[in-house]
Design a protein around this ligand. Sequence first.
Ligand code: BYC
Length: 319
Amino acid sequence: MTATAVTPETELQRHFEDTIEHDRRIEPRDWMPEAYRKSLVRQIAQHAHSEIIGMQPEGKWLTRAPSLRRKAILLAKVQDEAGHGMYLYSAAETLGADRADLTQLLIDGKQKYSSIFNYPTLTFADVGVIGWLVDGAAIVNQVPLCRSSFGPYARAMVRICKEESFHQRQGYELLAHLMGGTPAQRAMVQDATNRWWWPSLMMFGPPDADSPNTQQSMAWRIKRHTNDELRQRFVDMSVPQAEALGVTLPDPALRWNSEREHHDFGEIDWMEFKRVVSGQGPCNAERIAHRKAAHDDGEWVREAAVAYAAKQAARGAAA
Ligand code: BYC
C-alpha cells in the first residue's frame, strides 16, 4: 500500500474545506485556493461597480426632486450607495486587488456591473420604483450574502443590508404617496412599474441551468441560494406589495400555484438580458462615459491625497 504524501498544500486545502464545512469564515490572512480568491474578486468588484454606477439613474433626479423632503431623502440614499461601493472595494482589496485597477477594468468594459442600471429614469416615480423593486431585489439577493464564507464581504453586507432596507422603504413610501394622489400620478407609478418589473427579475442573474458560477459558489458558500430560488422569493414577496399599493405587475401569467405554494410567472426575455450585459442596453454607453468623466475629474483629488500622505510621512520621519 502506498501512503499519499501529505504536503503543506493539501494540509492547507483541508483546513480551508473544514472552515467552509463548519460555516466558519475565511479571513484575508488564511490560505485559500486561487480560484476562490479570483471568483470573490470577480463578484465583489462587480458588486462595487454596481453600487457606484447605480448612483447615476437616481442621481439625475437630485436637482429635480419635487420637495425639500424628497431631495434630502434622495441625497442620503445616493450617498449611501457611494459608501456601499467603498466598503466593497475595500473588501476586494483584502484579497490583493487594487481599487484603481478595478476601476480601470470597469471603464475599459472588462468587468461587469448590474444590468439594471442600464435603463433610463423617465419620471420621479422611477425613483420610487427603484427603491421598491430594485432595492427590494437587492435585499433578497444580499441578505444571504451576510453569511457568505469570506469574512470581509459578509461583514460589509451586514451594514449594506441595513441601509438597503431604508432605501426600499423610502421608495415604497414615495409610491404610496403618489398612489394617493391624482390620476396622472397613479399613471406615472403604473408606467414606471411596467418598465422596471422585468429588468428587476433579471437582476438575479441567468436561470440556474445557464449560470456557470452558481454551483461552485454554492459549494464554497459564497452564494447560499441559486439565482432562480432568489428570483422566486422576490416574486412571492412583491405580489402582495403591489396589491397593497394598487399597481398591476405587467405579467399576465402571474398567478398563485397552490401545488408549488409559489407564484408562477411569465418567461423572462433572456435575449434582452444578454444584450444589456454585453453593453447594448439603452444606457450602457452613457453610464460608462459618465463614470469615466467622474474618474478623470477626480484625478487632482487623488494626486493631492498622495502628496499629503507623502508630506505627513516625511514630517513623521523628520520628527
Ligand atoms: N447584471 O454564473 P452567474 C444595488 C453575470 S447594487 C450583469 O449566475 P454569479 C443598488 C455574472 O456576473 C447591487 N451581469 O454569476 C445600487 C456572470 O459573469 P462573469 C448589485 C450579471 O456571480 C444603487 C454571468 O452573468 N448586486 O443594490 O454566480 C442603487 C453568469 O452569471 C447579472 C450585486 O452585485 C446581472 N444582473 O451570480 C440601487 C449582488 N447577473 O462574472 C440599488 C452580488 C449575472 O462570469 N452578486 N451576471 O463574467 C451576486 O449575487 C451574483 O454575482 C449574481 C450573479 C447573482 C449577480
